[in-house]
Design a protein around this ligand. Structure first.
Ligand code: GDP
Ligand code: IMO
Ligand code: MG
Length: 423
């Protein structure tokens, strides 16, 4: 058996949560492999809407085990709030959610360090989610981090040492940290909440289950263009969001990776700062934002919107070794007369089809314009119902990207998902 991976191919918010939920019935285990509560994964079914931050999106399909893997950074306070909200709405997670001993903890001071670091950047702010993600991963890499498994091993001493070190750092950054006292209380209560769950050696568990023939889906957070190595650096997140991240973030060997489901929107969005070659700052961009309800699920920030960028998408597919594509939010384009796709970058008079080292404002997209389908697709159930122009859009993308589009999503609900028979 192999581990299948589902991940985002753009700048996040592609609809990963919805599709993990849809695919979970085919799996026994769903495991998050990186990121933390910077993620906001939305699921809609039976008239209810849920936003998951640290809990994997397989949690609503009964009887499936969900794992928070070693590659994740976990904020106990936000985790407690998330599980309490889920339990209030009738979803008991205790028996079905396992946490890796090797997942790193986001300390209350990491959140302040995130703010302090952003403040020092002046005009070059990343526009982070402010959840302490960067500082927590920095501590992991610099070998100063605290892990979930430390909770049972001299935790108080380790925690106090870390907080003292962070206070010193904050002082050097001229950042006031009085707030720490109030956020610390919630955080320590969160530690108690974590103890309610099975804290496991998840790399052993996952590999043993795999050997028993169990089916495992690895759930990515963020998107390939936010990857720390291959994204639009430095405007990225602090983890490997790519397929390789599933290997390090779960302890699964590369030879054990099976299908890679790459998910993208029929257009493109980005939250926070950083380059975005196909961004539309005009009324068309506003129309995409309104129709797609493009506002951050974590921070509520308006998402920047633009046409699909096939240069960036093809690059992401290459880095991730995508075997199946999934196209989301095609319904958002239902009313457009024409739709554009970026098929090359023009950089200072030279045209390239390769995603360059630096993407910046000097990139001018070369467009192909396609006819819109001008049809409400939100109630469609089968690919036989697809309008001709929509099929032409799919074929154009498939040819350019060199891979089939296996699933098309035509609305936010679980039911608004069409699986195509083109394998
Ligand atoms: P994730 O972070 O990748 O899980 O994506 P988000 O949940 O942050 O953002 C995706 C948003 O689009 C959510 O509000 C979803 O409910 C919504 N969504 C998902 N698929 C579709 C779709 O096919 N059509 C429409 N209109 N909305 C969708
Ligand atoms: P999901 O999983 C969209 C962006 C932030 C910022 C940059 C760095 O819901 O797709 P960080 O807080 O990670 O240090 O911020 O990354 N970002 C996301 N954008 N969706 C996400 O997650 C994101 N997680 C981080 O906006 O630009
Ligand atoms: Mg999201």
């Amino acid at each position: 058996m192999k581990v299948d991976v589902l991940l985002g191919l753009q700048w996040g918010d592609e609809g990963k949560g919805k599709i993990v939920d849809v695919l979970t019935p085919n799996y026994d285990i769903v495991a998050r492999f990186q990121g933390g509560p910077n993620a906001g994964h939305t699921l809609e079914f039976e008239g209810q809407k849920y936003i998951l931050r640290s809990v994997p999106s397989g949690i609503f399909q009964g009887g499936k085990i969900n794992i928070i893997g070693n590659g994740v950074v976990l904020d106990p306070a936000l985790f407690k709030a998330e599980i309490e909200a889920l339990e209030l709405s009738g979803h008991n997670l205790t028996e079905r959610l396992y946490i890796s001993k090797k997942a790193h903890l986001i300390l209350p001071s990491h959140r302040l360090l995130d703010q302090a670091s952003e403040a020092l950047k002046g005009n070059a702010k990343i526009g982070t989610t402010g959840r302490g993600i960067g500082p927590a991963y920095t501590d992991k890499i610099s070998r100063n981090g605290l892990r979930v498994g430390d909770i049972e091993h001299n935790f108080e001493i380790k925690y106090k040492q870390a907080i003292e070190r962070h206070k010193e750092l904050l002082s050097r950054m001229n950042f006031e940290y009085e707030e720490l006292v109030s956020i610390e209380k919630d955080w320590l209560e969160g530690i108690e909440s974590i103890k309610r769950f099975k804290i496991i050696d998840s790399e052993h568990y996952i590999n043993k289950e795999l050997n028993k023939g169990k089916k495992i889906l690895a759930e990515g957070a963020q998107g390939t263009l936010l990857d720390i190595d291959f994204g639009s650096y430095p405007f990225v997140t602090s983890s490997n969001t790519i397929t390789a991240g599933a290997c390090t973030g779960l302890g699964v060997a590369p030879s054990k990776i099976g299908n890679v489901y790459g998910i993208f929107k029929a257009y493109c969005t980005r939250v926070g700062s950083g380059p975005f070659p196909t961004e539309l700052t005009d009324l068309t961009g506003q129309k995409l934002r309104d129709l797609g309800r493009e506002y951050g699920s974590v921070t509520g920030r308006p998402r920047r919107c633009g046409w699909i960028d096939l240069i960036a998408l093809r690059y992401a597919i290459m880095i991730d070794g995508v075997t199946h594509l999934i196209m989301m939010k095609s319904d958002v384009l239902d009313t457009f007369d024409t739709i554009k796709a970026c098929v090359a970058y023009n950089i200072k008079g030279k045209e390239t089809e390769d995603f360059p080292f630096e993407i910046n404002d000097s990139i001018k997209p070369a467009w192909v314009e396609l006819a819109g389908w001008k049809t409400d697709m939100t109630k469609m159930q089968n690919e036989d119902e697809f309008p001709e122009e929509f099929n032409a859009y799919l074929s154009f993308l498939e040819e350019f990207l060199g891979i089939n589009i296996k699933i098309v999503s035509v609305g936010s609900d679980r039911e608004q998902t069409i699986v195509r028979y083109n394998d």
